[in-house]
Design a protein around this ligand. Structure first.
Ligand SMILES: Nc1ncnc2c1ncn2[C@@H]1O[C@H](COP(=O)(O)OP(=O)(O)OP(=O)(O)O)[C@@H](O)[C@H]1O
Ligand SMILES: [Mg+2]
Length: 509
């Protein structure tokens, strides 16, 4: 300390530079605050240093009680010497703390420290905004001088930047943790939705399907899924993917029927930038599904050319983007689905036999709903529960008679059609129990759309004949619907009021 003043200033500047470098490599706010305090006490040759940060939302200043402590002290932002520095942006140099009205003695009371003198400067971020105050306490010899004021101000500007960076990093880390947490939650939800148990099954035939899916869980063999429209092919494909070891990688679905011949290659394999004017580079479905599963839906609709190209990828496990000569290795499991008879297509020459065998390593055949009627009550209840959950309605139920009616229908659209009908029934019904009457309103059976009995040869004038026919049809419809006027009106193609008018005219009660 016995050097000339200018040498002293130089020493301090280089010390501040060194401290600032240390501060910039500390990203944890707690550690950074300790580091700043420790370095400031050395630099200013004093006993303590504190950093007060402004919590704008609460208009409070907070600080660590002591170096290395996790205990936090909070007080109103306009209190104390620190509060004064924050409010005015001024440097505050106090020689005798207990004689200064700005000094907030409660801080000493709470920390058990005895402040003699102190120096406070505002902490300004690079855009000039005050984010807190920086205080040094109890100069080891004498009082804080003008040089200390300059040094602390210089140190404060570096400290403010480092603090803001650490706060930003902390916020980013927190949101990253939150996102990871949410992501895990969604992943678990998806897994439970498509776990094999997401496939509702009661009877032996569907249980066989589920067992097969469970058995191939750990292998990556290609699977061909066949079945009529709406039998659950896509649901089965998702169950295979989400229960497999590939579940953390993407499930990519491609509808082959919607793929025009000219786009086959670029959609499947991607395209290089500039292949044609205005074309940006794009990756294809095979690369999107890398590590995961590619679901080729409606594979029976693929052209022979496209079949040849897919076969090559399956054989060589590499794709070449349109306009590029360098092949890219891909690791993709292919699940293919169709409602067509591929074996018949092979005979006709519209489907390649070699591709068929590549895809058909495992075959899952989903039965049409009319062959697994035993599933209908369970499925119907499952869709009804799903509807109630989605619309936040209290749980509804089907009457036993209603379930029986649903079970004997033919369901050409299979499980999808059943699901749609359940949704419609639920939406149309106002009570807790969906009974037969509701079905009548929504699904007038095709058979009864005509008058119950063919009219006998009419007598008299045409007007008489028409009236006779009308009366008979109205009586027939009322009988058929057990006097439900609304349903009878529908059967007759009339409004309810129209039916009532005619009933009055013909004195039908
Ligand atoms: N076993 C099942 N359990 C529960 N829901 C099912 C079941 N099978 C099918 N579904 C539901 O039925 C609807 C139709 O299923 P999906 O789309 O998988 O049929 P698909 O065979 O792919 O039909 P398409 O041939 O028309 O594409 C979906 O809403 C699906 O969730
Ligand atoms: Mg489908």
């Amino acid at each position: 300390m016995g050097t000339s003043p200018s040498a002293d200033v130089d020493d301090r500047l280089s010390a501040i530079l060194a401290i600032s470098q240390k501060m910039n490599s500390e990203r944890d706010l707690g550690n950074l605050l300790d580091l700043i305090a420790r370095e400031a006490t050395k630099l200013l040759d004093c006993d303590r240093a504190s950093i007060f940060l402004l919590d704008k939302g609460k208009n409070e200043l907070w600080s660590k009680v002591a170096l290395g402590s996790n205990q936090i002290l909070r007080f109103q932002a306009d209190l104390g010497v620190a509060g004064h520095a924050v409010e005015t942006g001024e440097i505050v140099n106090v020689r005798d703390a207990y004689q200064d009205t700005r000094f907030y003695t409660a801080i000493d009371d709470r920390s058990g420290y005895r402040t003699r003198n102190l120096l406070a400067v505002p902490l300004r971020n690079p855009s000039g905004e005050i984010i807190g105050a920086f205080e040094t306490l109890n100069k080891n010899h004498g009082f804080f001088n003008a040089e200390d004021e300059t040094s602390l101000t210089a140190l404060a500007s570096h400290a403010a930047t480092a603090i803001e960076t650490a706060q930003l990093v902390g916020n980013l880390r927190r949101s990253q943790d939150e996102l990871a947490e949410q992501n895990g939650h969604l992943r678990r939800e998806v897994a439970s939705r498509y776990s094999t148990h997401g496939i509702i099954c009661a009877g032996a035939r569907m249980q066989q399907v589920v067992r097969l899916i469970e058995r191939i869980r750990d292998s990556s063999v290609n699977v061909l899924i066949t079945g009529e429209s709406g039998t659950g092919k896509e649901l089965a494909a998702k169950a295979i993917h989400y229960t497999s070891s590939r579940s953390r990688k993407p499930f990519v679905a491609l509808n082959c029927a919607a793929l025009p011949e000219t786009l086959v290659e670029s959609e499947l394999f991607g395209i290089e930038k500039g292949v044609a004017t205005g074309v940006d580079s794009r990756i294809g479905h095979f690369q999107k599904a890398d590590g995961g599963t590619l679901f080729l839906d409606e594979i029976g609709d693929l052209s022979l050319l496209a079949q040849a190209k897919i076969l090559r990828v399956l054989q060589e496990q590499v794709v070449e983007r349109v306009g590029s000569r360098s092949p890219v290795r891909v690791d993709v499991r292919v699940l293919a689905a169709t409602n067509k008879d591929l074996e018949a297509a092979i005979v006709k020459g519209t489907f390649r036999e070699d591709l068929f065998y590549r895809l058909n390593v495992i075959h899952i055949q989903l039965p049409p709903l009319r062959e697994i009627r035993e599933e209908i009550p369970l499925l119907a209840n499952h869709f009804l529960t799903e509807y109630c959950k989605e619309t936040a309605r209290a749980q509804m139920h089907f009457s036993p008679e209603m379930l029986r009616k649903l079970s004997v229908r033919d369901w050409p659209g299979n499980i999808r059609q059943l699901r749609n009908e359940v949704m419609r029934l639920a939406a149309c019904s106002s009570g807790q129990i969906i009974a037969e009457d509701d079905l009548w309103e929504v699904l007038p059976p095709a058979r009864t759309a005509q008058p119950a009995k063919a009219p006998a040869a009419p007598l008299g004038t045409l007007k008489d004949a028409i009236e006779q026919l009308e009366q008979r049809m109205i009586r027939g419809a009322l009988e058929e619907t057990r006097n439900n006027q609304l349903q009878a009106a529908r059967l007759l193609g009339l409004s309810r009021q129209g039916l009532i008018n005619k009933m009055k005219r013909y004195a039908i009660s």
